[in-house]
Design a protein around this ligand. Structure first.
Ligand SMILES: [Zn+2]
Length: 384
């Protein structure tokens, strides 16, 4: 009896101590480590701090990359930031921020981010424009201690830094990010888009959308516009904007996106991206490409992506197959005329005949315009 009264008193005092409502948000990442990730533990879940340092050595040789140390972790590991831009052009219109690997076991966030870096350093025509007009700041590993200690979600002090942003004395990694973000927001090219890279065990690719209750009507339009642009490039690969809706009653204060919203509102489109944290996770290069192309369409550096076909699925008279770099179109006895384009609308090749073969050496998404018997259609082609 005394014990239960003590317990009630304890609970009462505890509830008085937390008079402020605590906003419990569903965790998009999932709070456990999938079994298959445990087998990768000793190697930094498949990408360790040493792997990052090797990549830093490679990236810093590129003419478009500048690498800064923006601070150090609890255990004094360097936190690196890449700035990717074409410094020969002075006028920059947009800034993109990306940080990854808050949660150590979400190595897929690193794989996607590294592919984004590869794409941003490529000689693609759109990327050349992007580098001229934008500055892209990337922190590839914000929690190196957690990665090296084999933690699932915490830093060296066993704190989940993803939800530490409203703390009165935040962890050093959060302090580092806040300091850098603050200074970037004060430049003549403040951040326009901020992506926080994670991966979820439900084996889907999606953005964590913030409802109007926690943001604004304008902000939800910005989110939909961006997510739709990314999804339009890969309809089956990226989930709809409303796949994971958060902030449905009010604005939480503890996340990086909270910091952006509370300090800069609609000036920054800040979103968490969740890749697949499952054994089937793949196509990190494709994912990177559709995200970066989506950014270009959002900024109107690329035209909107429209795809159409006037054939019903069951009536399609031709057969398209891909095998590595080889794309084959079989007209089944009918003459097919085709034009192949990049997703940026650049013509790669065109062919006409009953049986056509294209060899495509650059991986990625392509658009094939096909004409058969005066019926036109557009098909998305993925070369892996
Ligand atoms: Zn996460």
């Amino acid at each position: 009896m005394v014990k239960s009264i003590m317990l009630i008193l304890f609970l009462l005092s505890a509830s008085i101590a937390v008079a402020q409502p605590t906003i419990v948000e569903e965790d998009p990442c999932g709070a456990y480590i999938p079994d298959f990730m445990n087998s990768l533990l000793k190697a930094g879940y498949g990408y360790s701090y040493a792997d990052l340092q090797n990549d830093i050595d490679t990236w810093q040789k590129d003419e478009f990359v500048k690498i800064d140390s923006i601070g150090a972790s609890v255990q004094n590991r360097t936190i690196y930031m890449l700035s990717i831009t074409d410094s020969k052009t002075n006028e920059k219109e947009f800034r993109i921020w990306i940080h990854a690997r808050t949660h150590p076991n979400e190595v897929q966030s690193t794989f996607v981010t590294n592919e984004i870096i590869e794409y941003l350093l490529s000689d693609d025509e759109y990327i050349t424009t992007l580098r001229e007009k934008c500055i892209i700041n990337i922190v590839p590993m914000i929690n190196p201690d957690g990665v090296e200690l084999g933690y699932g979600r915490e830093n060296a002090n066993q704190v989940n830094i993803e939800s530490n942003w409203s703390s009165a004395s935040p962890e050093i990694e959060v302090q580092v990010l806040k300091r850098v973000l603050d200074s970037l927001m004060k430049t003549s090219t403040p951040i326009d888009i901020a992506l926080n890279m994670h991966s979820a065990s439900n084996c889907k690719r999606y953005f964590v959308y913030h409802a109007e209750a926690g943001t604004s009507a304008k902000y939800v339009d910005m989110q939909k516009k961006f997510i739709n642009h990314v999804k339009s490039e890969w309809t089956n690969g990226i989930e709809d904007w409303n796949y994971f809706v958060s902030w449905t009653s009010t604005t939480p204060t503890q996340y990086p996106e909270s910091w952006f919203w509370l300090n800069h509102a609609e000036k920054v489109l800040a979103l968490t991206y969740e890749d697949m944290n499952c054994a089937e996770a793949k196509d990190f290069d494709m994912t990177a490409q559709v995200i970066v192309n989506g950014i270009g369409r959002y900024f109107e550096l690329l035209p909107p992506y429209i795809i159409s076909s006037n054939f019903e699925k069951t009536e399609i008279p031709y057969k398209i197959t891909t095998n590595g770099s080889l794309l084959t179109i079989n007209g089944n006895g009918k003459v097919v005329s085709t034009e192949l384009y990049t997703t940026q609308g650049i013509r790669v090749d065109s062919k006409k005949g009953e049986y056509l073969e294209f060899t495509i050496n650059r991986k990625g998404l392509y658009i094939l315009n096909i004409n058969v018997e005066n019926s036109a259609s557009q098909v998305k082609i993925i070369i892996r």
